[in-house]
Design a protein around this ligand. Structure first.
Ligand code: DON
Length: 314
């Protein structure tokens, strides 16, 4: 029998076109004006194996911003910078069941403490933990970390998308001020400075190959299987993957866990970073989103592949 990656190469074009049809059920995100320009029917995927071998199909060269996918990697950097206890002093470990930008639960249980680091409030709190004397220095450290993980030293953020989000981010501003009021951000931290770091890491531009490469490092517990270099301690990757499984697809995480059964993180640009532990890193782009903010065609494609290759962890 052929290697799975060879079988993927053979089947992917057909699966991709079947999933692409689903894009008609979704809408491109418009609350960040610059994102509304993306093509609704675009769909691309790269699956990368431990030796760097890959299967790709569709719009693999398309550039898009990481948006919430970046939150997995800022979380890892926050762990590296501060350790586990300091991070969990700021954010909880539980899914919310609410929309990613919801304010609802911020006042419940422990006022001001976001339920987890992948919702917007939690990720803003995490941005405040990144080491660096200035917002520019924090952003530079984040970029350096992302570049190493993606094995591309040219990775940077889209100035246009960053500005577009910053100019319209009324809800994120209110979340951040609420965090500040509840002393989650720390006295010395200015709200606008944290938001600047947050908007910029959300605006880092990638293609599906970058996401697959970044995911591969998570699939191999923080050690790059291509170089043997440990980029992140295993424990931190273990926590990040657990969050991806329980909260990575927001309030559709339960459904995705049942249907696909693998850790994944979505972004409102339509990107999804997913992985099969010990096997593959996966990057997907499909800008049309469902009601809960996940790529409709991208989710369909991952579910199709998971079923075909029996990827579910359980
Ligand atoms: O803060 C925001 O709203 C965006 N920069 C990121 C949100 C996001 O990607 C949620 N994803 N599904």
């Amino acid at each position: 029998m052929k290697e799975p990656i060879e079988r993927m190469k053979a089947r992917l074009p057909e699966w991709l076109e079947a999933s692409r049809m689903r894009a008609a059920e979704g809408q491109v995100a418009a609350y960040i004006p610059e994102l509304a320009k993306a093509s609704r029917d675009a769909l691309g995927i790269t699956v990368m194996g431990r030796g760097g071998e890959s299967a790709s199909a569709g719009d693999t060269e398309m550039l898009f911003t990481m948006q919430s996918i970046s939150k997995v990697f800022t979380l890892l950097l926050a762990f590296i910078d501060n350790g586990e206890d300091a991070v969990f002093a700021k954010v909880g470990m539980e899914p919310t069941g609410d929309d990613f930008n919801s304010m609802l639960k911020l006042e419940l249980v422990e006022p001001g403490k976001p339920f987890n680091p992948l919702i917007n409030a939690g990720a803003i709190a995490i941005s405040s933990l990144i080491h660096g004397a200035t917002p520019a220095e924090k952003t530079e450290r984040i970029l350096r970390f992302f570049r190493t993980a993606a094995a591309d030293s040219s990775l940077t953020f889209s100035e246009k998308v960053y500005r577009s989000e910053s100019a319209t981010a009324h809800r994120n501003r209110s979340l951040a001020y609420f965090l500040k009021d509840n002393e989650v951000l720390g006295e010395e931290i200015e709200v606008e400075d944290v938001l600047d770091v947050y908007f910029k890491h959300c605006a880092v531009e990638v293609n599906v190959g970058h996401l697959a490469r970044m995911a591969l490092i998570l699939a191999f517990n923080g050690t790059d299987p291509l170089t043997g270099e440990e980029l992140v301690p295993r424990r931190y990757v273990q926590i990040a993957k657990t969050f991806m499984f329980s909260c990575g697809m927001y309030n559709a995480s339960g459904e995705f866990a049942i249907r696909a059964g693998i850790p994944a993180k979505s972004g409102v640009s339509g990107g999804i970073l997913a992985l099969v532990p010990g096997q593959y890193g996966i990057g997907v782009i499909g800008p049309a989103l469902g009601r809960k903010g996940n790529s409709v065609a991208g989710v369909h494609l991952l579910e199709t592949m998971s079923e075909a290759f029996d990827w579910s962890l359980f």
